[in-house]
Design a protein around this ligand. Structure first.
Ligand code: 5GP
Length: 202
């Protein structure tokens, strides 16, 4: 029997660098996939349907909520986002590890609903640096940036209940830390015991 896929849940205020970390880590661990969320937010320049998000209308999103098709969903910065329950279940039974780049509300819902997930919070080195990064990301309007900065202080308070905190000051160091978390989690006794008990008396 294959081992169950591990659920890695990563949250951070926008601009902390979580999306870049998630993209890089996928290339390092061959058994790790990015969970593609559904969203009612319009695509940004360069974003591809089915790769970055499944971009859906509010009616379709509401239908999915009603049908119980989301493992979690939340309203974030005025748009709706959700994770497919089917994808989560499939990956778990197929032994594929999944990385979910989702907000704290969604992470909390998953923590209450599924066992064995690993919760990682990415922090910027400071609020000033967060603002600088958001300003440099020309894709968002000033109004959107202000809303994201305002929301960041609330989100940061949530970091305390996550399993790991990574401060993304130097990207390469943050990536090393994320890598270490994943490697350590793969060696966790509870994940290995079932498979090993067929080889050893353990
Ligand atoms: P963005 O619009 O910048 O791609 O994402 C905005 C926020 O929505 C980020 O904090 C991101 O992690 C979060 N998000 C993306 N997908 C999901 C999801 O499926 N569920 C939840 N709860 N949040 C999500």
């Amino acid at each position: 029997m294959k081992r169950e896929g591990v659920l890695y849940v990563i949250s951070a205020p926008s601009g902390a660098g979580k999306t870049s970390l998630c993209k890089e880590i996928i290339d390092i661990f061959p058994n790790l996939r990015h969970s593609v969320s559904y969203t009612t937010r319009p695509p940004r320049n360069g974003e591809v349907h089915g790769r970055d998000y499944f971009f859906v209308g509010k009616d379709e999103f509401d239908r999915m909520v009603e049908a119980g098709e989301f493992a979690e969903w939340a309203e974030v910065h005025g748009n709706f986002y959700g994770t497919s329950l089917a994808t989560l279940k499939e990956s778990r039974t197929e032994g594929i590890d999944l990385i979910l780049d989702i907000d704290c509300q969604g992470a909390r819902q998953l923590k209450g609903r599924f066992e064995g997930g690993v919760y990682i919070f990415v922090l910027p080195p400071s609020i000033e640096e967060l603002r600088r990064r958001l300003d440099n990301r020309s894709s968002d309007s000033q109004e959107v940036i202000e809303r994201r900065i305002h929301n960041a202080s609330g989100e940061i308070k949530e970091a305390r209940w996550y399993d790991y905190i990574i401060v993304n000051d130097k990207f390469s160091e943050a990536l090393d830390q994320l890598k270490s978390v994943l490697i350590a989690e793969q060696c966790r006794t509870t994940r290995l015991l079932h498979g090993l008990s067929r080889v050893f008396t353990i």
